[in-house]
Write a protein that binds this ligand. Structure first.
Ligand code: PLP
Length: 393
């Protein structure tokens, strides 16, 4: 499909050919089990160790503080369930999060609530931002964990993680951040930001699907979810997915090597799309923070046409453009209002009608120019705009 335009990088990213090459090599040349003592095993172990260093470097962390998991979802589960030691004799306690987290956090919180943990969901403003003052006020004597995502997958808003983590630290609670969307795109340095736990996933940064990682600051003790041979410091037993880990390491290194230039390039493309659309579609509006957002992330609404986002998505697909209407994880609930937008104060009608346009490494200015031809045609072919005068969020 050479002429198709892929603008759905928040759902997943295409594998970088350099990552594919490194994975193929690992698959062919390092078939040993990293736990084996012979040369083949040691060769596989060396590859895993090298990749651990590459993923750790993305956060400025020591390699020993990275645990590989099977996904970002599993990293989130390990952080939350592991911190509360569900199933042990520990008293449940309290945690703080937001209502706009990914389901990997929200559903884990639901499970924790059923297990007796009290969960506070902090409000967010109309851009999806958490006010640090509300975090300050939400602490209780038994607050053990704060979990706030670094970047939202639906609207792209970046949270002030350093400030929020500092507050949690001062109150003696652990701070976890789901950095699945932001890792490799915006800097997060564990030496400057006092985060304790950071979830990541390779397939959001041009790495393979089915491999994630949790950064665990030295001294933080988690309870494992998977028991067995004791791999990954006993926190994630299972024979390592060597090729997946090598792919993650290579992807992390490539992202780190070019993070600033790539962010600048994507921001320029994003502004070009927004300006181009607003010139011809006055009903188009940006959702999420105007500039505290992921570099290549646009979440768009079309005032008066909110009920049409699925038709728009399908018509764009037919015209050769892959975008999504919110989060890929909720594609099967596409006609329901987005819980993220509801939490940001959107009414249920407007919360149904968003288009998520997310750019990545291989997108070009030529594709952006083509998209700016295709999208207005697709929007104008929908039912007429009812009225967008006096529109408010
Ligand atoms: N957290 C966020 C913010 C995400 O966007 C996603 C995936 O979309 C996940 C967690 C889950 O990651 P994975 O697909 O690796 O399970």
């Amino acid at each position: 499909m050479p002429d198709r335009i892929y603008f759905d990088h928040s759902a997943t990213t295409p594998l970088d050919p350099r990552v594919a090459f490194a994975m193929n090599l690992a698959n062919i040349e390092a078939h040993g089990n990293p736990s084996s003592l012979h040369s083949e095993g040691r060769q596989a172990r060396d590859l895993v160790d090298r990749a651990r260093g590459q993923v750790a470097a993305l956060l400025g962390a020591p390699p020993a503080e990275i645990v590989f998991t099977a996904s970002g979802t599993e990293a989130d589960n390990l952080a939350l369930l592991g911190a509360f030691r569900i199933g042990s004799e520990h008293a449940p306690g309290h945690m703080i999060t937001t209502p706009i987290e990914h389901p990997a956090i929200i559903e884990t919180c639901r499970f924790l609530e059923q297990s007796g943990v009290q969960v506070t969901y902090l409000p967010v403003d109309e851009h999806g931002l958490v006010d640090p003052d509300t975090l300050l006020k939400a602490f209780r004597p038994n607050t053990r964990l704060v979990s706030i995502m670094a970047a939202n997958n639906v609207v792209g808003t970046l949270q002030p993680i350093a400030e929020l983590a500092r507050i949690a630290k001062e109150r003696g609670a652990l701070f976890q951040t789901d950095a699945v969307q932001s890792a490799g795109k915006v800097p997060l340095d564990v030496n400057r930001e006092p985060v304790d736990l950071v979830s990541m996933s390779a397939h959001k940064l041009h790495g393979p699907k089915g491999i994630g990682a949790l950064y665990i600051r030295s001294g933080v003790h988690l309870h494992p979810l998977v028991f067995g041979g004791g791999q990954e410091h006993g926190l994630r037993s299972a024979t390592e997915n060597v090729a997946g880990i090598v792919g993650f390491g290579t992807a992390a290194q490539l992202a780190a090597d070019n993070m600033t230039d790539e962010a600048v390039r994507l921001v320029q493309l994003r502004y070009r799309i927004l300006a181009g659309l607003q010139e011809v579609l006055p009903q188009a509006y940006l959702i999420g923070h105007p500039f505290k957002r992921l570099p290549g992330h646009l979440c768009l609404g079309f005032a008066g046409q909110e009920g049409e986002s699925i038709r728009l998505l399908l018509s764009l697909d037919e015209a050769g453009v892959a975008i999504s209407s919110g989060s890929a994880c909720s594609a099967h609930k596409a006609s329901e209002p987005s819980y993220v937008l509801l939490a940001m104060g959107f009414d249920p009608i407007r919360a149904r009608g968003t288009l998520r346009v997310t750019l990545g490494r291989f997108n070009t200015t030529e594709e952006v120019a083509r998209f700016l031809q295709i999208l207005p045609q697709a929007v104008n072919s929908l039912r007429p705009v009812a009225s967008y005068a006096g529109f408010t969020r």
